[in-house]
Design a protein around this ligand. Sequence first.
Ligand SMILES: [Zn+2]
Length: 266
Amino acid sequence: MSNSKLVNYKKLSPYNSGRRTHKIDTVSIHCVVGQMSALSLGYEFSKPFKNASSNYGIGYDGEIGCYVNEDSVSWCTSSQENDNRAVTIEVASDTFAPYKVTNKAYKSLITLLADICIRNNIKELKWKADKSLIGQVDKQNMTVHRWFNPGKSCPGDYLYNLHGQIAKEVNERINCGFKIGKKVRFTKNKNIYKADCKTRVKYSSLNKNWKAKSHKGITGKAVFDKGETAILKAIEHKNGKVFGVFGGKNYRILLVDKKGKKTGKQ
Ligand SMILES: [Zn+2]
């Protein structure tokens, strides 16, 4: 099992319980209570006597840090049992209720969650806001810190109340038929690209400005295979449209159903 390729910064924390003994089937989103960067959070989790960590953290600027390898157990949710099966993510937030997060941090959270789900074969994020469903991942596979430690309001009402929306947005990406890292063959006919993918997809006009404007640091190094094969590096939304990023070349993706009609949020 490897870490997310979306990580911009890595500083492993000494506060972890080693390799997981349970497969990853849950995600736990936390709020930092501080609008800090991924780098600063890494320093926090390496301080003496801190006794806390997370697998990932997202800075106020949307940068993603890794502090405990994804295959290992973080000290995040006041429950070893939960942290043994959950990928834990700390998101930079205000220091006061409802612990709001920035739009950039929120967007990175969606991107990271989709990546985690796809790589760990989590087909859908499920949220019922029901503590009694802890561990019943067929009904609910998102958990929150406040359920395990009543003294905590984490992840704060802002993120807590967005959990349903977060699940919806992540599921749109999981189900869009792409897998990060998967090779996708496509053929070009004038400006329309057709991909060899599960979902029928058309690619239309290249958006040359997009990467530089809003995707720096997320797509990673550009690699473009010869001919008409590319490797999907990331899936991102822009202005409500689903985008795929292929080896540094960006294509707008239109999801279409079997009859060729536009489908879902695109
Ligand atoms: Zn927490």
